[in-house]
Design a protein. Structure first.
Length: 233
């Protein structure tokens, strides 16, 4: 008898890294003025970040694992009144910064220092595991999914009166043809810190919510689903 089953496993782990996205943006009636104001803010913020990225005086590692500052982008537009009349042109200059923190305190301190400044917006925080720990968790969860599939198949085989069970095929969810994956299932090819509610902080735009960004750490879910076929005899 041939038996086809799914195997599932997951782990919830505390986050180790926090990725913060900041937006520096100013608006003016003059392209030169908006560019100058954004550049000034960006240079001040960059000086703070470079100080944070430096090792401690005692040789301790920086709480900042990585950071990147994207080039300044500019745009211009002409607003219109509700009556359809053209207003004076407006210009804006903006730059996005991405910072990866090892320490939650350093993250909250930086947001406290800069989050209230006009022209600086903390857009989002996402949580993840260190790459080496993520790989370890993925391997452990995959092994658990294989064990789960084997246990399911064994129950079916024994209930049907068969004593011997041999796995003949195993694959990421959805790759065994007629054993299609249910919607929302994850295969081994999509391991990792899933960017769902359990894997990241809630994202809030300071402009939209008026409350800034939620920096409460949330556990990372590493989940795997496989499909497997067995021969029972």
């Amino acid at each position: 008898m041939r038996i086809t089953v799914t195997g599932d496993a997951s782990r919830h782990l505390p986050p180790e890294l926090a990725d913060l996205t900041l937006l520096v943006s100013t608006e003016s009636g003059s392209a030169a003025e908006s560019l100058e104001r954004t550049s000034t803010l960006l240079h001040e913020l960059q000086a703070d970040i470079e100080q944070l990225a430096a090792p401690g005086a005692d040789g301790s590692r920086s709480p900042l694992a990585a950071h990147a500052i994207l080039p300044i982008a500019t745009r211009s537009w002409r607003p219109w009144t509700p009556e359809g009349e053209a207003e004076q042109p407006r210009c804006a200059a903006s730059a996005t910064l991405r910072l990866t923190f090892r320490e939650h305190r350093a993250l909250t301190d930086l947001i406290a220092r800069w989050g209230g400044r006009e022209g600086i917006e903390a857009q989002s925080v996402t949580w993840s595991l260190a790459p080496s720990h993520q790989r370890e968790a993925e391997a452990e969860v995959l092994a658990g999914a294989v064990q789960d599939a084997t246990a399911r198949a064994r129950v079916i085989a024994e209930a049907a009166g068969f004593a011997h069970l041999t796995m003949t095929e195993a694959a990421d969810a959805g790759l065994l043809g007629d054993a299609g994956a249910p919607a929302g299932s994850w295969g081994a090819g999509s391991w990792g810190a899933e960017a769902g509610a359990a894997g990241r902080a809630k994202m809030f735009s300071a402009a939209d919510s008026g409350q800034g960004v939620d920096v409460t750490p949330e556990d990372i879910e590493v989940a795997v689903r496989i499909h497997a076929r067995f021969e029972a005899s």
